[in-house]
Structure formats: C-alpha cells, structure tokens
Ligand binder design. Structure first.
Ligand code: FE
Length: 142
C-alpha cells in the first residue's frame, strides 16, 4: 500500500517520501512527533540514553545508517550523543532558529526525518556533539 515517490536530495541519493498518513501508520506516536513533527523527547526518557551495546544506529523512519556505537559517548545531557555520523552524506544539517536560539538541526538525508541537533562542544576529534532523540533511532546489534 505504500507509495514511494523518489526525488533527489542534496546528496544526490534517492529520497524516501511518504504521505503524512503513511508516516502515522508506520511510526509510533513518539517517533512521529520527533521524526515528522521535529519534537524533542524529554531528557533521560529515551531508550538509548544509557545504551552500551555495539551496533549500527539506523533511522527509525527509513532504515538509513546514521551512527555507529563506536562514536557514542555519555554527554550527561539525557540524550544519546555521538561525535560524528556514520557517513556525513547520510545526514542533512540545517539552520534552526526556533525557540529564540540558533542551532543546527540534524535530519536524515534519506527521508528528511528530524533526528536532533549538533553542537560544537563534542569531546572527539570532530569537536561535534550530535544530540539525537532515541525515538528517531533503531539499533542493529553486531
Ligand atoms: Fe530516514
């Protein structure tokens, strides 16, 4: 029943597009509120905040590979945090001026789903801290 319309995003990769109704059917309410509604889960409530298993974190909306457990660190913020994406082409960074702040929004490049924000105070070589909602992720253990 799913109708997938493919168009091009800035990475040149095929883009997953679904109707609002299809997203609502596929996603849980919490996943929908974050991925499609750009919501933020309350801190320390997400299932991956303290996750230590090794694996690949994929987009809960479309399955795109987003982050490796090897780059996950405990930021103390209450959200899963990573020093870099698995592949920079798999995330889109957009300026977000909502709530009176200037932040950089992180979206899935394949489906446009909202993942979280990136901040310039990370502990690794990139100096970046990807602050990501658990709701937007699925973990494939390996
Ligand atoms: Fe996605």
């Amino acid at each position: 029943m799913n109708t997938h319309i493919h168009s091009q995003n800035q990475t040149g990769r095929p883009r997953v597009e679904k109707t609002e109704r299809e997203w609502r059917e596929q996603l849980t309410r919490d996943q929908y509120n974050v991925l499609r509604g750009k919501g933020t889960e309350p801190p320390f409530t997400g299932r991956f905040v303290h996750e230590k298993r090794s694996g690949t974190y994929r987009c809960a909306g479309c399955g795109a590979e987003l982050f490796s457990s090897e780059t996950k660190f405990d930021s103390g913020t209450g959200w899963p945090s990573f020093t870099e994406p698995a592949d920079r082409a798999n995330v889109e960074l957009l300026e977000d001026r909502s709530w009176g702040m200037r932040r950089i929004e992180v979206n899935c490049a394949a489906c446009g789903g909202h993942l979280g924000h990136v901040f310039p105070d990370g502990p690794g070589a990139t100096g970046e801290r990807y602050c990501i909602n658990s709701c937007s992720l699925e973990l494939n253990e390996h």
